[in-house]
Ligand binder design. Structure first.
Ligand SMILES: Nc1nc2c(c(=O)[nH]1)N[C@H]1C(S)=C(S)[C@@H](COP(=O)(O)O)O[C@H]1N2
Ligand SMILES: [Mo]
Length: 343
């Protein structure tokens, strides 16, 4: 995600991609200060240091040590929820992240969320509902039938992944809360705990966002069968950097809508404020539907870099699809709206 005024620390995915076009791997490492002019010895690099996450992208090995997170029991979802695109390797899904609470650079969340504890955890559901809910960590894994869904995730920065999530429809949770007819929107909030989320107390690390991170959906979007709450990926509980223990996944919208590490879901009568819209309203709207025809003010949204196997440079540029390829399912939700205005 880009910050309005570009600071040196706001190195974006686009910057890395663009540079990679004309800089070789070795030259780029040199430029980033990881190696001198001598020969590159991978073994001599400071693994385990603050740079390890960045260096991961310079290895061609996608089979890094498997995480020790709990294996989940789940069913495979119906075919309509299972994209057939080639999966992004687990190592990339868990080491190339946007989670500013743990650092604004792609490699930082994996590093700074390594010891993030999510048990105990409390998720409350309230507002315009007949049944307030309070779920603990255990409830998140036991109160719902978990299923695996393979979704494309398209970041507004023009990169994308294909991720096997494990979770349940948000609608299943909302139905338990029994929404009142006055409920028109759903407001989501990430944990606010600067002691555990270092980016929240350090504006340099946290990218200048006002925390807690907040997001929102219209009620019909929230109830749509594609909208899910994920508690896992690749068959295991979510790692901290991907939004443990529970995060939203809305596959037809830009990634920033898919808020992580949620502690509050509130049904409201009016459109709730959302983090990136507050920060740069002319760049990030409330709706944020993936749309190749509506460019970001500073870059095109017509295509994206699909993150696949191999190193940073083994990435494909592909055309971006309306609603991220989910138009048949969701375009009708917006049939009377000017999507240029409601971006
Ligand atoms: N709380 C919180 N949620 C967040 C973000 C964040 O910085 N904080 N980043 C968003 C963005 S921009 C994207 S692209 C996705 C990335 O999810 P991933 O790291 O699991 O791929 O998370 C979204 N959810
Ligand atoms: Mo994003």
């Amino acid at each position: 995600m880009l910050i309005k005024s570009r600071k040196s620390y706001a190195l974006t995915d686009n910057d890395v991609t663009d540079e990679s076009v004309y800089l070789g791997r070795r030259e780029l490492l040199k430029k980033m200060g990881f190696i001198g002019t001598g020969s590159l010895l991978a073994g001599a690099l400071p693994l385990g240091s603050a740079n390890a996450g960045v260096l991961d992208f310079f290895t061609d090995d996608d089979k890094k040590s498997a995480s020790k997170l709990a294996a989940l029991e789940y069913q495979k979802a119906a075919a309509e929820f299972t994209a057939t695109d080639k999966l992004t390797p687990e190592d990339k899904v868990t080491h190339h992240n946007n989670f500013y609470e743990f650092g604004a650079q792609k490699s930082q969340p994996a590093e700074y969320a390594r010891n993030f504890k999510v048990d105990p955890w409390y998720l409350k559901v309230d507002g315009q509902v007949n049944n307030n809910l309070l779920l603990d960590n255990d409830d998140l894994f036991k109160q719902f039938d978990l299923e695996e869904r393979i979704y494309r995730l398209r970041c507004v920065e023009a990169w994308s992944m294909v991720i096997p999530w494990v979770g349940f429809p948000l609608a299943s949770l909302l139905k338990k809360a029994d929404p009142k007819s006055s409920a028109k929107y759903v407001a989501f909030e990430t944990l606010y705990d600067p002691k555990r989320m270092p980016g929240q107390s350090n504006r340099f690390l946290g990218g200048g966002i006002d925390y807690p991170y907040v997001e929102g959906l219209r009620m019909d979007e929230a109830m749509h069968p594609l909208t899910m709450l994920a508690v896992g990926l690749y068959g295991k509980a979510l790692p901290g950097q991907n939004g443990a223990p529970v995060r939203l996944v809305v596959p037809w919208k830009y990634g920033f809508k898919s808020i992580k590490s949620i502690v509050s879901i509130k049904l409201t009568t009016t459109e709730p404020p959302t983090t990136w819209n507050k920060l740069a309203p002319q760049e990030y709207g409330f709706y944020a539907n993936v749309n190749p025809k509506v460019d970001h003010p500073r870059w095109s949204q017509a295509s994206e870099r699909r993150i696949t196997t191999g190193g940073l440079f083994a990435s494909n540029r592909i055309a971006t699809l309306p609603f991220n390829g989910y138009a048949d399912e969701v375009a009708s939700l917006y049939k009377d709206m000017d999507l240029t205005r409601y971006y």
